[in-house]
Write a protein that binds this ligand. Structure first.
Ligand code: 3PG
Length: 208
C-alpha cells in the first residue's frame, strides 16, 4: 500500500510546477529549497517533463520530487523510472488507481466528489488531492465532506492563491494545499530564482 499521508506533511504548500526547458529544472528546485519548500509536484504537461524530473531527482537530493498530471498507467511507469518519489493524478479511474498502487511509491489520487472519495478509500488510501479545489466547491465543500468522512486528509489544488490558502489550511481535514503560484511562468522565463525563493518562503510560512 502506498499511502501519501507522509508526502502531505512535508510542506504546507506543494508547488505544482510545469517546466518547459530542462535547464531550468535544477535551479528552480534549488530556489524552492532555499525558500524552505522541500517538495515539488512536477507536471507531465511538457514533452521534456521526464528529463526535468530525472535531473531534479539526481541533482537536488534535498527536495522530494513527485510527478503530477498522471493520466495513464504508462505515464506512471515512466515517472517512477525517471525517479519520481510520489505520483499525483488529477482524477482516478479504476485501472489507473490499481496500476499506480502496484508501484512502489506513494500515490495521491485526485477526487472531486464524495463518491470518488469513497472509491479511493475502498482502495485503501486516506490521503487524496481535491481537484479542482476552487471550482469544485472550495473550503466549505471540504468542510462538508469532513462531517461524514472525517478521517480523509486532503491536498486541495486548483485555483488556490496565497490569499485563499489559509481558508483551506485551517480545516482539520486539509493537510496541505497545492498551487502553481510559487513558480510564475514569467519568473521562470526570466530565470528569476530569487523571486521563486521569496514566494517559497511565503508559502512555507503558511504552516501552522
Ligand atoms: C494542478 O494540476 O494541481 C493545477 O493545475 C494547479 O492549479 P493552479 O494553477 O490553479 O494552482
Amino acid at each position: 500500500m502506498a499511502d501519501a499521508s507522509g508526502v502531505l506533511r512535508v510542506s504546507p504548500v506543494i508547488p505544482v510546477v510545469t517546466i518547459d526547458d530542462p535547464q531550468d529544472a535544477v535551479p528552480l528546485a534549488r530556489a524552492l529549497v532555499d525558500g524552505g519548500v522541500k517538495i515539488i509536484e512536477l507536471t507531465l504537461r511538457t514533452d521534456s517533463a521526464l528529463t526535468s524530473l530525472k535531473l531534479i531527482a539526481q541533482e537536488v537530493p534535498d527536495i522530494l520530487v513527485g510527478a503530477g498530471t498522471i493520466l495513464t498507467p504508462g505515464q506512471a511507469d515512466a515517472a517512477v523510472q525517471a525517479g519520481a518519489s510520489f505520483l499525483v493524478s488529477p482524477g482516478v479511474t479504476p485501472a489507473l488507481l490499481t496500476h499506480m498502487l502496484s508501484l512502489d511509491v506513494p500515490v495521491l489520487p485526485g477526487v472531486a466528489t464524495v463518491g470518488e472519495v469513497m472509491a479511493v478509500l475502498e482502495a485503501g488510501l486516506d490521503a487524496m488531492k481535491f481537484f479542482p479545489a476552487g471550482p469544485a466547491g472550495g473550503p466549505s465543500y471540504l468542510a462538508a465532506i469532513g462531517a461524514p468522512i472525517p478521517h480523509v486528509r486532503f491536498c486541495p489544488t486548483g485555483g488556490i492563491s496565497p490569499g485563499t490558502a489559509p481558508d483551506y489550511l485551517k480545516l482539520p481535514n486539509v493537510a496541505c494545499v497545492g498551487g502553481s503560484w510559487l513558480t510564475p511562468a514569467d519568473a521562470v522565463a526570466a530565470k528569476d530564482w530569487g523571486r521563486i525563493t521569496s514566494l517559497a518562503g511565503g508559502a512555507a510560512a503558511l504552516g501552522r
